[in-house]
Design a protein around this ligand. Structure first.
Ligand code: ZN
Length: 201
């Protein structure tokens, strides 16, 4: 399965001149919600991710996603694994389970995102779940931005990665983009202006 081509076909892998949340500039941007626009594509990606998790022999009771970004990917992964799906939501400084969702002590949980960048939200979700006595058996994401090391991937974890090193990360592909500080950006030097893809109309 060519994951990068699937993202391109869904207009989820953009090419241009982008201002990233970090303040850096890049010629590529992953608009990862776009790849989940068509449920058939989302299911195909989640099935491949579920296969990786099964093949690794990881036992899972529940998939938990950090809202909002991870919810669709988490739901599809849970469907494919045949387990239940829950999500945590932002509160000041962290995340929490709401809406009557519960986890049991010792329950085996995968934290699932659409995309893992440095893993900040995934770690907050994991902390909220662990505080309730459940166990985080793995992290999962459809796409990995290349800061964290995924199972079977070639890239080593970068210092920015916030995920714990003793819990595996399952992800379909690494999307490692070259990033530039604005003053060193070759596209800025050519006179173009970086756009913020998240807020594009
Ligand atoms: Zn630039």
């Amino acid at each position: 399965m060519n994951v990068e081509q699937i993202y391109k076909d869904a207009d989820a892998l953009l090419e241009g001149h982008f201002l990233l949340a970090s303040g850096n500039h890049s010629a590529r941007y992953l608009q990862s919600a776009k790849v989940l626009e068509y449920p058939e594509t989302a299911a195909k990606l989640a099935d491949a991710l579920a296969d990786m998790i099964r093949e690794a022999g990881v036992e899972v009771d529940t998939v938990c996603a950090p809202a909002l970004g991870g919810v669709l990917a988490g739901y599809e992964l849970a469907r494919s694994l045949g387990v239940r799906s829950i999500f945590v939501e932002k509160k000041e400084g962290g995340m929490e389970l709401r809406r009557g969702f519960e986890v049991k002590p010792g329950e085996k949980i995968i934290i699932c995102e659409d995309i893992i960048t440095t893993g900040g939200s995934a770690v907050k979700a994991a902390k909220a779940i662990e505080a309730l006595g459940a166990n985080i058996v793995a992290f999962a994401s459809l796409a990995n931005r290349g800061f964290c090391k995924r199972v079977g991937g070639e890239n080593e974890a970068k210092p920015e990665c916030k995920l714990p090193t003793d819990v595996p990360l399952f992800s379909l592909a690494d999307f490692t983009f070259e990033m530039y500080a604005p003053e060193e950006c070759p596209m800025c030097k050519e006179g173009s202006t970086a756009i913020k893809p998240g807020s594009k109309g």
